[in-house]
Design a protein around this ligand. Sequence first.
Ligand SMILES: NC(=O)c1ccc[n+]([C@@H]2O[C@H](COP(=O)([O-])OP(=O)(O)OC[C@H]3O[C@@H](n4cnc5c(N)ncnc54)[C@H](O)[C@@H]3O)[C@@H](O)[C@H]2O)c1
Length: 259
Amino acid sequence: MADSRMQLTGRTFIVTGGSSGLGAACAAEFAQHGANILICDVSERGADVAKELGPAVRFARTDVTDGAQVQAAVDGAVAAFGALHGAINCAGIATAERVIGRDGPQPLEHFSKVIAVNLIGTFNVIRLAGAKMIERPVEPGEDRGVIVCTASVAAYDGQIGQAAYSASKGGVVGLTLPVAREFAQHQIRVASIAPGIFDTPMLAGLPEAARESLGKQVPFPSRLGRPAEYAALARHIVENQMLNGEVIRLDGAIRMAPR
Ligand SMILES: NC(=O)c1ccc[n+]([C@@H]2O[C@H](COP(=O)([O-])OP(=O)(O)OC[C@H]3O[C@@H](n4cnc5c(N)ncnc54)[C@H](O)[C@@H]3O)[C@@H](O)[C@H]2O)c1
């Protein structure tokens, strides 16, 4: 029987947030296994990441909240590599702010900004990358495309100060199944990863002692997650055709405390 599952070799993926952390690890892992990658990120660091990873990896400065910019990135991926087979959504921002702080209620724009990047940005990429992917003819039963989104354990065990972040990631969890159901007719799979605490620049702002203490809260292994471990799961989702409509916790069994 012909193998209808998605392979990485010669396939093209956009990786949002690919300039740093989990997204950069995905770009490296996928490129190492023969995929073409367009890194889509607001940070120009993606140009250096692309240069380091070789000619199959390119960078397009892209704000995921902007429809025209994401459309340009999706079109650019096809222009550069011939087709689009998947999207890995890693762009995101993390904030910590109480609903009612010392200076009064949290400004509404702070909440809106996190929802805009983490949730609406993810949806923006899903809709535009999905529309591009369905242009590609495929055989019945064959993977036409795979979309991986990044939620967080904060979607389930949000801490004090994480109302906006948890709500945004809860939104990513919530859209995974309905989009997978809708895209099933197009032979496009959608799955999400809910990481625990990973050692990325997002955490770099914390002092070493705080990072160490976070790592110790993980039952096993008692350490921070490695970006390569996230990338390995993203790759597995792409390659395992039965994974669809699911959110997978990748967290060493951590359950976050209230604070
Ligand atoms: N590191 C963790 O412990 C952890 C845990 C759970 C979930 N996550 C999620 O994983 C994803 C990746 O996080 P990371 O730890 O690699 O962080 P990171 O800060 O290293 O990388 C995030 C990237 O997203 C980019 N970005 C931010 N806003 C953007 C926008 N509007 N358009 C395009 N790009 C944008 C940033 O420039 C950055 O390169 C995020 O969605 C984050 O919420 C991280």
